[in-house]
Write a protein that binds this ligand. Structure first.
Ligand SMILES: Nc1nc2c(ncn2[C@@H]2O[C@H](COP(=O)(O)OP(=O)(O)OP(=O)(O)O)[C@@H](O)[C@H]2O)c(=O)[nH]1
Ligand SMILES: [Mg+2]
Length: 201
């Protein structure tokens, strides 16, 4: 649940960028930090190895204006994608309100995508959560790579059809080249709108 501070008229929502190592999670936050006016965002805090691999997390707070008269702030986090940091990933999911899964379109990273998606399900389950209950978007990043898999193949492997009242549907997805900023704000907008819809009854 987003946390509401009635005294300060603020709502805080936690959005976690999840996905395989080197998929582009940190790059997404760097783009958002660079392209958002300083008045609407805080510092980007990155705890990384000397090789720029996320060691613990990245954190970026972004103000998104008023919802129901409350100043609303998204707290964007990335997890470390490297397999060894599983305990950290599970910890970062504490209090999560929404998920962006950053998949790597590189055909050589397909196994890593699938393993990370399974890991996301497992770690959400440890918090008593299911992905289907959360505002969620899947970003197919690195669309610039010549060896990028077709979207249909990525969708078939990572974004299964689920039954709903209106028929079988998939979660929303977004193509991106985070390196150049393409699709980064579109991804945040999709998940942000879903999140805000939950705040407005
Ligand atoms: N070609 C290409 N490279 C990208 C793209 N997005 C990110 N990268 C590169 O991929 C590498 C890894 O990006 P990061 O953002 O650090 O990946 P991460 O998901 O945070 O990785 P971990 O912290 O290890 O989990 C960097 O060299 C980025 O410049 C993209 O859209 N296309
Ligand atoms: Mg990272």
């Amino acid at each position: 649940m987003p946390s509401t501070n009635y005294a300060a008229c603020e709502i805080h929502c936690k959005i976690v960028y999840y996905g395989p190592g080197l998929g582009g999670k940190t790059t997404n936050l760097e783009v958002i930090h660079r392209r958002t006016v300083p008045a609407s965002r805080g510092q980007l805090v990155s705890l990384a190895t000397p090789q720029e691999r996320t060691l613990f997390f990245d954190f970026l707070p972004v103000d998104v204006g008023e919802v129901r008269g409350f100043q609303t702030r998204f707290h964007l986090y990335t997890v470390p994608g490297q397999v060894v940091h599983d305990t950290t990933r599970r910890l970062i999911l504490t209090g999560v309100d929404a998920i962006v899964f950053v998949a790597d379109s590189d055909r050589e990273r397909m196994d890593a995508n699938i393993a990370s998606m399974q890991n996301l399900h497992d770690n959400l389950a440890a918090h008593g959560l299911e992905l289907a209950q959360l505002p969620y978007v899947i970003q197919y990043n690195k669309r610039d790579l010549p060896r990028a898999l077709p979207i249909a193949e990525l969708e078939a492997a990572l974004n299964p059809l689920v039954e709903s009242a209106g028929g079988a549907i998939r979660a929303p997805s977004q193509e991106a080249v985070a390196l150049t900023g393409v699709g980064v704000f579109e991804t945040l907008t999709v998940v942000g709108e879903r999140l805000v819809r939950e705040l407005v009854p």
